[in-house]
Design a protein around this ligand. Structure first.
Ligand code: HEC
Length: 152
């Protein structure tokens, strides 16, 4: 049947439009651009590994996350990416920090790099030095890590 050509063109168009408008990248894809990755992944917190940061640092990080840093506005108090402004960020929803698969895929330095430089083309804007100092950003990384606790 020659009519079958029309549906195939129509579906091609649908795929084309969908691929153009659906520019969301999978959360597991790195957010630090390739040229900066080597340098970013080598960055470490002044207190060492963020997953084993001293409790006092984690508490300071929580206060900054919920207060001055305003992270909770988008990432939510829960860390699930369900803050009051989260819905404004389609097709790039705020990261769900309770997703341990994503957390494990990231080095501390990558998280720090995105807090400092942002994730271009998304609502994640650069926050250091405008809003936070580097020291404060590292404390928040410790708190962000605490959303994905390794089973005891
Ligand atoms: C205005 C909304 C908004 C605010 C405020 C915000 N973020 Fe984000 N954040 C986002 C969005 C949207 C993404 C997802 C970006 C993407 O998909 O590339 C994101 C992604 C991230 C990531 C993920 C990086 C990765 O490697 O996947 C980290 C870490 C992060 N934010 C930390 C923070 C911290 C810490 C704060 C507060 C100091 C903060 N964000 C404040 C919207 C926000």
């Amino acid at each position: 049947m020659n009519g079958s050509k029309i549906p195939s063109w129509a579906s091609l168009l649908v795929i084309l439009v969908a691929s153009l408008s659906c520019v969301e990248r999978h959360p597991l894809q790195p957010r630090v651009p390739e040229p900066q990755m080597e340098q970013a992944s080598r960055l470490t917190a002044p207190y060492g590994d963020a997953q084993t940061a001293p409790p006092a640092i984690v508490i300071e990080g929580k206060q900054l996350y919920e207060g001055k840093g305003a992270c909770a506005l988008c990432h939510g108090l829960s860390g699930k990416g369900d803050g009051p402004a989260a819905h404004l960020h389609n097709p790039h929803p705020p990261r769900d920090f309770t997703d341990c698969t994503v957390q494990q895929a990231r080095k501390d330095g990558e998280l720090f790099w995105v807090i400092k430089h942002g994730s271009p083309g998304t609502g994640m804007v650069p926050l250091v030095p405008g809003i936070l100092t580097e020291d404060e950003a590292w404390k928040i990384v410790a708190y962000v890590r605490s959303f994905c606790k390794k089973p005891a």
